[in-house]
Write a protein that binds this ligand. Structure first.
Ligand code: SF4
Ligand code: MG
Length: 328
């Protein structure tokens, strides 16, 4: 198969408990029936407002969280059916880069220890072998390896993100989930880190799921983009076609919120109003109907399925933008 990752009808629900006996009174449908596939060597950008389920989806794809229902296949194997004993080998193949890569790490670890830890745990390398590999990795991500015995707080935000990337690639993974990996950085530093990730992808043959809340961040790095809203994928397209003409009103709304829009790009200007409804109690029919300026009566009752509206372009909307305009 040309796909490294295949996600089929994936669901992640969290029970909502209340009362004296912790009765389950409902579920937060963080990821609600998502299907997608990521090709080998591809960067798939995943965008949506906070709380839309994109981070949860990334974690279920890595099996850092268990799925409620559905499948995630990595190289054809359903990873949620793998026994615990096989998970360790899987962890070497799939890695994650966080927004704050050190939040979960001991601040008294040096950069050498941070990058070298996976090598110690998974490969049982000697101290000398680890040191050599850490030097190699730091050079690969553009860090001064002579600073390897320093602590994370002695590095800038962009450098710390490079340390996180060096740690993530230490075991030669095939697949990396970058979860808001550049969101906390200044725009100029962001583009340096994005360029580094693209360089590493080419040189190491990596496949990325690149999660961000804004479309502008994923635009230059992604081959394709998926847009999420309240636990569902609402549009999937090549990046170029998505920016030329979004099909889903929500995608168009996200684009309208990008600062300094390119005036050459044709786009239907849609402003988002209202708050994101709760994923515990999503609106009936199309989940976007409470905020969609194009909503019709049908939208309130009938849920639009993600379908191929144009070759290679999927959208979940009864009245997709570019297409509706031609029909009317
Ligand atoms: Fe808007 Fe209706 Fe399309 Fe939903 S299905 S995005 S409410 S037009
Ligand atoms: Mg998040």
């Amino acid at each position: 198969t040309e796909f490294l990752i295949e996600v089929d009808h994936l669901k992640k629900y969290y029970p909502i408990q209340s009362g004296l006996f912790n009765r389950v009174t409902g579920h937060v449908k963080a990821v609600d029936d998502v299907s997608l596939a990521i090709r080998k060597g591809e960067t798939f950008g995943l965008v949506g407002e906070s709380g839309c389920g994109k981070s949860t989806l990334g974690r279920v794809i890595l099996r850092l969280l268990e799925a409620t229902e559905g499948e995630v296949r990595f190289q054809g194997t359903d990873i949620h059916k793998l026994p615990e004993s096989k998970l360790r080998a899987l962890r070497e193949e799939m890695q994650i880069v966080f927004q704050d890569p050190f939040a979960s790490l001991n601040p008294r670890f040096t950069v050498r220890e941070i990058i070298g830890e996976p090598l110690l745990v998974h490969r049982r390398m000697s101290a000398r072998e680890i040191d050599e590999r850490v030097v190699e990795l730091m050079e690969l991500v553009g860090l001064d390896a002579s600073r390897r015995n320093r602590y994370p707080h002695e590095f800038s935000g962009g450098q710390r993100q490079r340390v996180g990337i060096a740690r993530a690639i230490a075991l030669n993974p095939k697949f990396i989930v970058a979860d808001e990996a550049v969101s906390a950085l200044d725009v100029s530093v962001q583009s340096q880190v994005l360029n580094l990730m693209m360089k590493l992808q080419r040189e190491l043959g990596l496949t990325f799921l690149f999660i961000a809340h804004g479309l502008n961040v994923v635009r230059h790095i992604s081959d394709r983009v998926g847009v999420m809203y309240l636990g569902k994928l609402v549009e999937v397209s090549t990046t170029e076609e998505l920016f030329a003409q979004p099909l889903h009103p929500y995608t168009a709304a996200l684009m309208s919120s990008i600062p300094r829009p390119d005036p050459k790009v044709k786009r239907d200007r849609i402003m988002l109003t209202g708050d994101v409804p709760s994923p515990a109690n999503p609106p009936s029919g199309c989940r976007f109907h409470t905020r969609c300026p194009l909503a019709q009566e049908t939208c309130r009752h009938q849920e639009p399925k993600l379908t191929e509206a144009l070759p290679g372009r999927q959208v979940a909307c009864h009245f997709p933008l570019g297409i509706a305009a031609e029909v009317n």
